[in-house]
Design a binder for this molecule. Structure first.
Ligand code: ATP
Ligand code: MG
Length: 438
């Protein structure tokens, strides 16, 4: 029995070994197939990645071909030609829109570099564009692209592809002024000396003056605010986003319906939110609001500041009226050496935000007053209409309005601004604004 079992056991063992071997071989085949699939997938991915890189480089090369070396690029700029980019070129310049600088009513702004090394900011527009707006877009590009000034942000080019509408601007290293005014941004606000802020105010005023009074085609900005004042590496200010007001309705950060999407609440002049026609004086009003924010290094409207200081401009007026203008200066932490300039800035701000557009100064007067070249007449109450209508609940309460007039002395210099007072209800004021527009 023992001897007979041995061959049976060995043949069973042999058969089992064969089965196991077959199973192992099959398993190996499956594993090999899987590995092969994985390797093929990886190789395909790598090929795809390389293809993408080659395409990106090709797009960059195309830009090089279009823009050429720096000389050609600069020549094109000198010839006043904003360049046209394709959407592929913009994707390559911005490394596929990987670095976001911020966003606003028109869309998102990305950091990019042109192939010649020039840093740019690419604003991808999200506004809806009907045919009329598209035509307006091209007209505006022509205007903006030909408007140069040391205090205006330069437009290098644009993209007008089917799916991508974008503007390519010079890049400003220090971003926008709002980051330095409101202390919620990592204490950055404290780092700018008041003198630098004063320089920023004067430079900005010169930029707006150029738009209103000096450039070939006069431009009203309609959206002056700290976020639209950009700063170079040495804190030279440049006004951004001029000429964009006609590009259609923006998102709900902006005035809508009555204002036609123009202006930002808090900075927009009364005529914009009252659906009255507006002139360049609406920029003067917004600039005045910016001056208040520079003086206070805070948002004009801040409920955290307590009731009396909740709306800073009105508090400034009250202090000014009570003969305590130094309280504004000391509260803003402005040193003795800068006191005189700060007081002047206070008065200029109060003049700029007068209710009646005609009572506001021109931007050239603003520049001269800020630089101490023009005497400043004591401002009249710009907020009487707000104060009275809020206390009486009526819009027809009596008001005082100042009239801003500049006169010239015999040497041709602006000497004084004369001012007259007249009681006037809001309704009458609106009529007055309408009449002065006609
Ligand atoms: N040329 C630029 N250089 C550097 N940063 C920029 C440039 N343009 C815009 N930015 C940054 O992108 C942010 C968003 O700009 P954007 O103009 O879209 O919004 P906004 O100014 O807040 O609103 P608005 O649509 O009214 O202009 C800015 O606050 C600024 O920080
Ligand atoms: Mg802007």
């Amino acid at each position: 029995m023992g001897n007979a079992a041995v061959p049976i056991i060995s043949s069973v063992a042999g058969a089992a070994t064969v089965v196991v071997m077959i199973a192992l071989i099959r398993r190996c085949r499956v594993v090999r197939k899987k590995m092969k699939k994985k390797i093929v997938k990886k190789v395909m991915e790598e090929i795809e990645r390389r293809n993408r890189e080659v395409q990106a480089c090709k797009a960059l090369d195309d830009v090089v071909i279009e823009i050429g070396p720096v000389e050609k690029f600069l020549n094109e700029i000198l010839n006043e030609k904003p360049m046209r980019f394709s959407s592929e070129q913009l994707a390559a310049c911005t490394r596929n829109y990987s670095s976001e600088l911020g966003s606003g009513g028109f869309g998102v702004v990305y950091k990019g570099d042109l192939p010649n090394g020039l840093p740019v900011a690419v604003k991808v527009l999200k506004v809806s564009m009907n045919k009329k707006v598209q035509e307006g877009f091209m007209a505006e590009i022509g205007t903006i692209g030909r408007t140069y000034h040391v205090h205006l942000v330069r437009l290098y080019g644009f993209c007008f592809d089917r799916d991508t509408k974008a503007l390519v601007y010079e890049f400003l290293e220090n971003g926008s002024l709002d980051k330095y005014l409101y202390s919620d941004e990592e204490g950055k606000a404290a780092r700018l000396e008041w003198r630098t802020l004063h320089g920023i105010a004067v430079g900005t005023a010169k930029g707006i003056r150029y738009l209103h009074e000096e450039c070939q085609q006069r431009i009203v900005h309609y959206d002056i605010k700290p976020a639209n004042i950009l700063l170079t590496a040495d804190f030279t200010p440049k006004v951004a986003d001029f000429g964009l007001a006609r590009l259609g309705e923006r998102e709900n950060t902006h005035m809508s319906l009555t204002g036609g999407g123009r202006g930002t609440p808090g900075y927009a002049a009364p005529e914009l939110w009252m659906a009255l026609s507006a002139t360049e004086k609406c920029d003067v009003y917004s600039f005045g609001m910016v001056l208040f924010e520079i003086l206070g290094r805070r948002r004009n409207f801040d409920p955290c500041e307590g009731e009396s200081k909740e709306w800073f401009p009105r508090w400034v007026w009250e202090k000014y009226e009570q003969g305590e203008i130094e309280r504004v200066v000391s509260c803003a932490g402005i040193g003795e050496a800068d006191r005189e300039k700060a007081e002047m800035m206070c008065k200029v701000a109060l003049w700029c935000v007068q209710f009646q557009p005609a009572a506001r100064p021109t931007m050239s007067s603003v520049v001269r007053m800020l630089e101490g070249e023009m005497a400043i007449v004591p401002p009249v109450n710009p907020f009487r209409y707000v104060m009275d209508s809020s206390s009486s609940g009526s819009t027809s309460s009596g008001l005082w309005s100042g009239t801003y007039q500049s006169s010239r002395d015999t040497a041709g210099r602006d000497s004084e601004l004369s001012v007259s007072h007249a009681a006037m209800p809001v309704d009458a004021m609106i009529e007055d604004v309408k009449r002065s527009d006609e």
